[in-house]
Design a protein around this ligand. Structure first.
Ligand code: ACO
Length: 348
């Protein structure tokens, strides 16, 4: 008997720009090489939305529309839109408003959530609480970032890491015991300077000087972030497993934020998981900030079955970090099959 309604993910959508930026491309732009990037990060290539007139909302709308289509719903069915991003189209209005208009989600309200690479994790927790309150039936949670808009392509320390993408999930109530079961979430602003973008906000409004000093780009002290990211993600993943009585063999997949393959490997070892049970696609997309986790769910959806235990873990600027334990709510293979049938029907 499961009386308590939980919020479950019921569809996944995504958007990836067509254009690829390979390690060899980058080696012609800065002093780097394919071997360094692959061995230090696991990244082979990333997608970049080079079009100047297309921003984060462009990708978010497409990811959201795909999730709705896969669930057989229309934009009018959505109650709330949450967009996790650190690269909103503008400071305001919120990107969620542009997504609302772009989708035609006439009944929805929404807002942006800023928590860097933990943004999607924090957003599904927020969405789950809105659903569990009983007031809202369907929340569209989107993680989207156009990281190329804040990346300095003359700085080899950061430009090799990031890519552009969007991922979206629909969240709905579930009374069969599936959904978001438990989370451990944190933020600690004491070392915010290790990973930040200094310019553009109310502390350093844009001026010629802030542009000259490259303050509108990502700044990262890679090594110190690396150490706290491994410990932070491993600790919260272990905590959420322990307090829900899960051992490594109970977990079907770890869904980690994709910042560095070495961080992910260390977290998996700590959880007692082989890499066959870790969603890993950083090689193809790089670090797409709020989009990495829904992109993983999209890529592995066909392997997920109703009742599978998954642990999502993230670490990002702020610092922000956390882990969530989710019992998956549907057989992904069937959903993917239905989508292909629909696509073929639409195409013919
Ligand atoms: N190509 C070649 N050499 C490079 C490059 C490059 N692209 N980048 C740096 N180097 C050099 C450095 O200059 C340094 O040279 P030096 O020893 O002569 O000074 C050397 O390589 C080692 O540099 P490190 O920074 O120590 O390299 P490290 O092994 O730490 O890897 C990296 C760097 C990949 C950034 C790693 O530290 C990392 O992944 N950090 C964590 C990132 C993360 O988790 N971020 C959080 C999420 S992001 C968000 O929230 C937006």
């Amino acid at each position: 008997m499961h009386n308590q309604a939980r919020a479950s993910i019921t569809a996944v959508g995504h958007f990836l720009p067509d254009q690829r930026l390979t390690n060899d491309d980058l080696s012609r732009m800065v002093d780097t090489n394919d071997e360094w990037i692959r061995t230090r990060t696991g990244i082979h290539e990333r997608r970049i939305l080079w079009d100047k007139d297309k921003a984060t909302s462009y990708m978010a709308i497409r990811a959201g529309a795909e999730a709705l289509q896969k669930r057989g719903l229309t934009p009018e069915d959505i109650d709330v839109i949450i967009v996790a991003t650190v690269t909103p189209d503008m400071s305001f209005p919120a990107t969620a408003c542009l997504v609302q208009a772009g989708l035609g989600a006439s009944r929805a309200w929404g807002f942006d959530l800023s928590a860097a690479c933990s943004g999607f994790l924090f957003a599904i927790n927020t969405g789950a609480n809105l659903i569990e309150s009983g007031r809202y039936r369907r929340v569209l949670v989107i993680g989207a970032d156009k990281m190329s808009s804040i990346t300095d392509y003359t700085n080899r320390n950061t430009c090799v890491l990031f890519g552009d993408a969007a991922g979206a999930v629909l969240m709905e109530a579930n009374v069969n015991g599936c959904g978001l079961i438990d989370s451990v979430l944190h933020c600690d602003g004491r070392n915010w300077e290790s990973l930040c973008m200094l310019g553009g906000g109310s502390l350093n409004p844009p001026t010629h000087d802030t542009v000259d000093r490259k303050m509108h780009y990502i700044h990262q002290d890679g090594q110190s972030v690396f150490k706290v990211a491994v410990k932070g993600m491993a600790d919260v993943a272990a905590e959420v497993m322990q307090r829900n009585g899960l051992t490594g063999s109970d977990v079907r997949f770890l869904v980690p934020h994709q910042a560095n393959q070495r961080i992910i490997g260390a977290v998996a070892r700590h959880m007692g998981l082989g890499m066959d049970r870790v969603m890993l696609n950083i090689g193809r997309y790089g670090n797409t900030t709020a989009a990495t986790i829904p992109l993983c769910l999209y890529d592995w959806e066909h392997e997920l079955r109703e009742g599978d235990n998954i642990v999502i873990a993230a670490f990002g600027g702020g610092f922000t970090w956390g882990a969530s334990y989710i019992r998956w709510a549907y057989d992904g293979a069937e959903r993917v099959c239905i989508d292909r049938d629909t696509e073929m029907a639409v195409a013919s």
